[in-house]
Design a protein around this ligand. Structure first.
Ligand code: CTP
Ligand code: MG
Length: 227
């Protein structure tokens, strides 16, 4: 059976949330965003280990939220932008596992089943991402905001996380592609390196806590799951 390490990215500032605490610390129905995310990976039997990438000074908070989680093997410091944090998380793991599952801590509605379904696709194709079909018609616009084209909605998916790669493919992508803030997800690294990424439809509940409305939405989704 293939081994897989989760790399949970929690080193962001949460600027769009306009809160006095970072997003990973926000409490949703009695648990922090980070705790919820860690619990989902801990509960997934296909995940062998967890690394959390955090902001300088938040290491103790992370360890506190991971109490009782035996899979946690490392808490490491993140970088100035997401791609850099992902690389620093990967550096902590290197080739110790067959697969790495890179996940936004802010996507705390992820479930063990969603993680397993993305991993099984990554095992089949080498690289796979959680995604959902777009419900709106998407417009590609020019720099002035005028429509250039309208892609067929059946072909438009919104990528989320986890994004899971064979360690070999992800390492080669890191070697081939120069990191920058414009690389907004890990799929882009593999895409730019010439790789193919399979999109796995996990549905629309895997939201990213980004602005205050997302906290209410997350509470609604969680209450819906309970009932
Ligand atoms: N992230 C990270 N390191 C960074 C920037 C982001 O680990 N330098 C993480 C965030 O903690 C988050 C995920 O990447 O879990 C997705 O990023 P985003 O939703 O943009 O979170 P923030 O960058 O924290 O929020 P904002 O952009 O509003 O400041
Ligand atoms: Mg950000």
């Amino acid at each position: 059976m293939a081994s897989c390490c989760a790399i949970i990215l929690a080193a962001g500032k949460g600027e769009r949330m306009n809160s006095n605490v970072t997003k990973q610390k926000i409490n949703i129905l009695g648990k922090s965003v980070l705790r919820r995310t860690i619990e989902a990976f801990d509960a997934c039997c296909d995940i062998d280990a967890i690394v959390v990438v955090c902001r300088a000074g938040e290491e103790d908070f992370v360890r506190g939220e991971a109490v009782g989680v035996k899979k946690l093997i490392n808490v490491t410091r993140g970088g100035a932008y997401r791609a850099e944090s992902a690389r620093l998380g990967f550096d902590a793991v290197k080739d110790s596992y067959d697969y790495v599952a890179i996940h936004d801590a802010a996507r705390c509605l992820i479930t063990a089943d969603m993680i397993s379904s993305v991993l099984s696709s990554a095992i089949e194709f080498g690289a796979a991402t959680a995604a959902a079909f777009a419900s709106d018609t998407v417009k590609i616009v020019d720099e002035c905001g005028f429509v250039i084209s309208t892609p067929d909605r059946k072909r438009v998916m919104q990528a989320s996380t986890p994004q899971i790669f064979s360690t070999y493919i992800y390492n080669n992508a890191l070697l081939a592609v120069e990191l920058s803030p414009d690389i907004t997800d890990d799929n882009m690294l593999v895409e730019k390196a010439g790789g193919r990424v399979a999109c796995v439809d996990v549905g629309v509940e895997n939201i990213k806590i980004t602005t205050p409305k997302d906290i209410y939405l997350a509470e609604l989704i969680l209450k819906g799951r309970e009932s």
